[in-house]
Design a protein around this ligand. Structure first.
Ligand code: AMP
Length: 178
């Protein structure tokens, strides 16, 4: 099964993505994670990605599509995957024709996302708050056309994200009948 998870940073999509991937026995792939890895490389691409992420902007579609497509060609992704954070723009969604089975949009209020992010203690703690607010603002701008695109394809499921982790997981599994 090929699943896409979308949601603002702090929505819990990586938690849900990992649980779902384990249940489906497919790999979990987060574009945010890929880009953060690449941003640590001392190459022109690495430096460019680092600057773009730190400024709170999205990596341009052409670069994102190239990087994600390269990952998804690996043998471990041929049996399906849970993709977190991609497609994130309408352009990415339109160019990505990989036979997605379902898209889950995990929704939380912006205040809740910011509150969760301010107590987060992981590899992203170097991110400055202005970048977080900017990122949330841009998320909304770009994600609405993406969700509309998948709604029209009738594969979009909007999930209320301000609930127990296990409750959300169960709802997703029920929808997928797994
Ligand atoms: P995330 O952890 O998913 O919020 O991603 C962290 C950062 O990586 C984002 O703020 C973007 O700069 C970049 N990024 C992740 N996924 C994408 C994507 N699909 N398209 C463009 N940029 C992305």
């Amino acid at each position: 099964m090929k699943i896409v998870l979308i949601g603002v940073q702090g929505s819990g999509k990586s938690t849900q993505g990992n649980k779902l991937a384990a249940k489906l026995n497919v790999p979990y792939l987060s574009t945010g994670h890929i880009f953060r890895e690449l941003s640590r490389e001392h190459t022109p691409l690495g430096r460019y990605i680092k600057e773009t992420i730190n400024a709170g902007y999205l990596i341009p579609d052409d670069k994102t599509l190239k990087i994600v497509s390269k990952y998804l060609k690996r043998p471990e992704y041929q049996g399906g995957y849970v993709l977190d954070g991609f497609p994130r723009t309408r352009g990415q969604a339109e160019s990505f024709s990989n036979g997605i089975d379902a898209v889950f949009y995990i929704k939380v209020r912006d205040e809740e996302a910011l509150a969760r992010l301010s107590v987060r203690n992981d590899d992203r703690k170097d991110e400055a708050p202005p970048a977080l607010s900017k990122r949330i603002e841009l998320f909304h701008k770009f994600i609405e056309p993406v969700s509309e695109y998948y709604r029209k394809m009738r594969i979009l499921h909007e999930i209320e994200g301000e609930r127990d982790i296990s409750e959300i997981h169960k709802e997703i599994c029920d929808i997928l009948k797994i």
